[in-house]
Design a protein around this ligand. Structure first.
Ligand code: BG6
Length: 522
């Protein structure tokens, strides 16, 4: 027990030490190496792993893309998102020495012998075993081309070492394209070799949902329709589409956030306990949740789904443009930047419990959280418990920022009478000082290097999630009468989203986990 009364959680570092030795020597090949993701997320995540001694002794990264760069040029480019402090210089340089680059026409099978030869040479020169991970950080149209081209030079064959494929989202743009992509990948790679990344699963606090539920005797017995009134998941962003207008306008909140990140969180909240903590056991349970989602018909969409788009407004006195004025966006666009939905999971545990999810850009603050609203007490003894906020307990699982857990419950106001006030019991991850919270990509890359697919989405679950949301896409395509509600940038989305919840309102979270409502720091 620590001096603050909190149980000490075993730090990540010690936990992982025993696994470290299992990380075999290998080469990570990043396709799309001149893109943003590589320098913003992948290289910094790899550097963190390097600093913490999680990279295998023999390890190299081979950046691949069309741009003509030398190894040195590539190393120079990658320094932008690495620490510049003098005291880290030696480590940064040592890390950079592990980076190599190969220009390649990635869509052209004739270029792939060059890649194969380069990998063989790199492996020999650095005495690295021929274990290769291929990370596809490319435009999605290459997701089936690159695996086919790798197969054309046997780089999918596992006789000399492992071959793994990491695929970034979007995994398809609708049900049919997702099925097609799955099928094509399986022509060249086995399911066990395919790692579909959903960076939400890499977030420490998403994984902690499993621990909260299954390592505590007090939560799981009440985690069902007998005690829970509704479940709410919010993933709000204060940013707009920034420089990604072109991509986003063809995607929208549904494809960008709901089909993947939000559905994966639903899986974690709603799943049954897995038999063991192991990739397929966990992923089977997630799949069962998706199989139990009550299908929504096209006709139901208008009553259960709200879409919105941010319009110009003022935030903190500054004029902010509307979505249609963003770079790369069609000025008549009907793409949703806000999405809210009510649905049910038809199984024993969740019978009759509504789930509400919402996500949006240009909302008041950046916050992702799950709120479990418990049922009210069966009989009201105390007078002032009429309103929704105060009459039932809530458990808030904060994914970001201020990661933690908060339980809201009623306490007597000191003094005369029996007035009840809601109070908070909260745990914030930042209280665990000296514990490194790994970034999502750090955790996920290490897992793939160690062959652990637990936190990667499996093909059947991705398809099931698409199956669930497809009627919504169809309804929007077939029925342009379904409104796209405007909401001023910097607000919580269209007012009508409030009406989705019959017996209450959404929680309006603030930057700090313990606060909510209209008056807080955002
Ligand atoms: C990405 C989406 O997958 O997730 C982005 O494409 C979104 O539009 C991002 O901003 C949100 O991730 P995070 O980790 O910042 O919540």
């Amino acid at each position: 027990m620590a001096s603050n009364g909190l149980l000490q959680v075993k730090p990540y570092r010690t936990d992982k030490l025993k696994i470290m030795s299992q990380t075999e020597s290998q080469i990570l090949v990043i396709f799309g190496a001149s893109g943003d993701l590589t320098k913003r997320k992948l290289i910094p995540a790899l550097y963190e792993l390097y600093l913490r001694n999680f990279l295998p002794q023999k390890f190299a990264v081979l950046g691949v893309s069309r741009t003509n760069l030398s190894d040195e040029d590539f190393r120079d480019k990658m320094t932008e998102f690495l620490p510049s402090a003098e005291e880290q210089k030696a480590q940064v340089n040592d890390f950079l020495d592990k980076l190599y680059y190969q220009p390649l026409a990635t869509d052209d099978a004739y270029d792939y012998p060059i890649l194969r030869d380069r990998l063989t040479t790199l492996a020999k020169q650095n005495t690295i075993a021929e274990n290769f991970i291929f990370y596809l950080s490319t435009p999605p149209k290459l997701y089936d081309v690159i695996p086919a081209n790798l197969a054309s030079v046997d780089l999918n064959q596992t006789a000399d070492g492992f071959r793994r494929l990491i695929i970034e989202k979007p995994f398809g743009t609708d049900l049919e394209s997702a099925k097609r992509l799955n099928k094509k990948l399986l022509d060249y790679f086995e399911e066990e070799q395919i790692y579909r990344i959903d960076h939400y699963l890499g977030k420490e606090s998403v994984q902690n949902m499993l621990v909260t539920r299954f390592a505590n005797g007090i939560f799981e017995p009440i985690w069902n329709h007998n005690f829970i009134e509704r479940v709410e998941i919010t993933s709000a962003e204060a940013l707009g589409v920034e420089e990604r207008g072109g991509y986003y306008d063809n995607s929208g909140a549904m494809r960008d956030m709901v089909q993947n990140h939000l559905m994966q969180m639903v899986g974690m909240v709603a799943m049954e306990p897995p038999v063991v903590i192991e990739a397929d056991a966990i992923r089977n349970e997630v799949l069962k949740v998706f199989q139990s989602l009550r299908p929504i018909s096209e006709e139901d969409v208008v009553n259960n789904v709200i879409r919105g788009q941010y319009i110009e407004s003022h935030i903190k006195g500054e004029a902010v443009k509307g979505y249609r004025d963003e770079k790369g966006v069609n000025p008549e666009s009907r793409t949703e930047t806000f999405f809210a939905m009510k649905f049910f999971i038809d199984n024993w545990r969740w019978s009759g419990v509504p789930f509400y999810i919402r996500t949006g850009k240009k909302l008041p603050t950046r916050v992702t959280e799950v709120v479990i609203h418990f049922k009210k007490t069966p009989h009201h003894l105390f007078g002032n418990l009429a309103d929704d906020q105060h009459s039932h307990n809530q458990l808030v699982i904060r994914i970001q920022p201020d990661e933690g857990i908060l339980l809201k419950f009623g306490m007597k106001v000191p003094g005369a009478g029996f007035n009840v006030q809601t109070v908070n019991m909260d745990f914030h991850y930042d209280e665990l000082r000296n514990v490194h919270l790994p970034a999502a990509y750090e955790r996920l890359l290490l897992d793939c290097m160690q062959g652990d697919a637990t936190l990667y989405s499996r093909g059947d679950a991705v398809v099931k999630a698409w199956e669930f949301v497809q009627p919504i896409l169809n309804a929007w395509a077939n029925n342009p009468e379904i409104p796209v509600y405007g909401y001023p940038a910097g607000t919580w989305g269209p007012d009508v989203a409030d009406q989705l919840i019959e017996n209450g309102t959404w929680r309006y979270p603030c930057k700090n986990l313990s606060n909510d409502g209209n008056y807080c720091e955002l």
